[in-house]
Design a protein around this ligand. Structure first.
Ligand code: ADP
Length: 489
């Protein structure tokens, strides 16, 4: 029976193939590490051919666990966003190394465009800021600096795309498409626009003809070449990783929010069909496009989340393993007035102060390991609260917060988030929400479920719920203490 979903989860440090049953149960996975190339300070590159070969190898390795290709109903793809691949359409070969989302080399192009006064208009149209993070200036850099890319553009054989676009080209043997969520990270798609925008392409110096067709994220998206797996398999789901995690957390109605607490924290709130407009330098992005209908999300991130716990462990030696912060926090009734503002790498949204540095306030002789560990965890709720205020000011208050990522395992932090945010917090039993989102898109896309909401309902699994319950006065005191410490940072 062909009712397994094969998810290709192409991340920054590794690529994986994961197998899900139709009810969302995780069956198996195969994983391979990806080589990181750092040719200069601030530059990060991947070998696109390696991404393809390893992704295919993982898929081939996992198929027997489903009973072979005949048992796969559909493929879902999710990927590191913003990373750019340039290849030749006629040969199918990459023309240069992929420029990875973390790469900062295009800062001069961005600052030139900012100085020329383009940021406000670009933000209004694309939801994004003029930052090297996004794909458009990376494409322009390749055209300006790689003779093979320029030559292919002149010959009319150049293809530019993000990673899902590259993988789909290879899987199908030549389709050049980009799903709407990945396309919305390029600076070349208007939030309201159907396809890549000619005017934005001109502004960024990217030939429109080198870009793929912008397509839906669920449905009849593409079909794999028969030679690859011995049979044609429909590709029925595609999404950038953060959008996929938001869908995997079933944030399908306006106000539903997911936060991923890893090294940093990524937060997305469903905005429904309303195009996001931010006064707080938050990002507007496409959350889903199904049957041509779009929903949008507001996105914000916090630079320092789990990395603060790593710092307590590795630099201060307060804990041996990250999870010990939980028992330390529980061992005392409060932090004894200690507050940590974790601006170790500046402050991100909504403060945007690159020059800010971390502070610890309220130290006394009574402050010990437990107080510092507790204050570190409390900082997660405070940073998230500031983000929530900015999201609310931009139009969408949070209704629930659904958490995932390595740090979400900390139940004390989860309860503190609920208390400080004053919204219910939910944590799924199965934390691979990025892969699960792509599985939901593919399962509904191939017709195993009538729509995405039914797929999410059936596939989401068990949840742990944390209900707000903090005493008002205690909460007010915490918020006031945080505000004072923030001023010091
Ligand atoms: P990433 O995907 O960014 O590499 P992960 O999602 O794997 O990160 O999360 C790992 C981070 O979470 C680490 O920074 C670690 O310090 C932190 N972490 C993991 N478990 C816990 C825990 N139980 N309590 C607090 N922090 C934790």
């Amino acid at each position: 029976m062909s009712d397994y979903i094969l998810v290709l989860d192409e991340g920054t440090t590794s690529t994986r193939a994961m197998l899900f049953a139709a009810d969302g149960e995780y069956v198996a996975s195969a994983q391979q590490e990806l080589t990181q190339h750092y040719p200069k300070s601030g530059w990060v590159e991947h070998d696109a051919e390696e991404i393809w070969i390893k992704t295919l190898a993982c898929a081939v390795e996992i198929l027997p666990k489903a009973g072979g290709a005949a048992c796969i109903a559909a493929i879902g793809i999710t990927n590191q966003r913003e990373t750019v691949v340039a290849w030749d359409k006629s040969t199918g070969e990459p023309l240069t190394r992929a420029i990875v989302w973390q790469d900062r080399r295009t800062e001069p192009i961005c600052s030139e465009l900012r100085d020329a006064g383009h940021e406000a208009d670009v933000q209004k149209r694309t939801g994004l800021l003029l930052d090297p993070y996004f794909s458009g200036t990376k494409m322009r850099w390749m055209l300006d600096n790689v003779p093979e890319v320029r030559a292919a553009a002149e010959k009319g054989t150049l293809a530019l795309g993000t990673v899902e676009s590259w993988l789909t080209f290879k899987l199908t043997g030549g389709a050049h498409v980009s799903d709407a969520s990945n396309a919305s990270r390029t600076l070349l798609l208007e939030l309201a626009g159907k396809g890549f925008d000619e005017g934005l392409c001109d502004l960024f110096g990217v030939p429109h003809a080198a870009l793929g067709q912008v397509i839906d994220m669920s449905g009849d998206l593409a079909v794999t070449e028969k030679a690859l797996f011995g049979r044609e398999i429909p590709v029925a789901g595609m999404a950038g990783d953060q959008q996929s995690a938001t869908i995997g957390q079933a944030c399908l109605s306006p106000g539903q929010t997911k936060a991923t607490y890893g090294t940093g924290a990524f937060v997305l709130t469903n905005q429904g069909s309303v195009i996001p407009k931010s006064e707080n330098r938050l990002l507007g992005t496409v959350l889903s496009q199904i049957a041509g209908e779009r929903t949008y999300a507001i996105e914000g991130s916090v630079f320092v989340a789990g990395s603060l716990v790593q710092w307590l462990r590795d630099s201060l030696g307060i804990v041996e393993v990250a999870s010990q912060t939980e028992e330390l926090a529980r061992s005392i009734p409060d932090s004894g007035g200690v507050t940590i503002v974790p601006a170790l790498a500046g402050l991100g949204a909504p403060h945007w102060r690159a020059d800010a540095r971390g502070v610890i306030t309220g130290l006394s002789f009574a402050s010990g390991k437990a107080e510092l560990a507790r204050a570190a965890l409390e900082a997660m709720a405070h940073q998230t609260y500031d983000l929530e205020r900015a999201f609310a000011a931009d139009g969408t208050a949070w209704e629930t917060l659904r958490i995932d990522g390595g740090m979400a395992a900390n139940s004390w932090m989860a309860q503190d988030l609920a208390d400080i945010l004053d919204v219910p917090v939910e944590r799924p039993g199965f934390v691979e929400t990025t892969a699960l989102g792509a599985a939901m898109l593919a399962a509904s896309g191939v017709g195993l479920y009538p729509d995405l909401a039914s797929a999410a309902e059936a596939m989401r699994g068990e949840l742990t719920r944390f209900t707000p319950g903090m005493d008002r006065a205690v909460r007010d005191d915490r918020l006031a203490r945080w505000r004072r410490a923030l001023e010091a940072a």
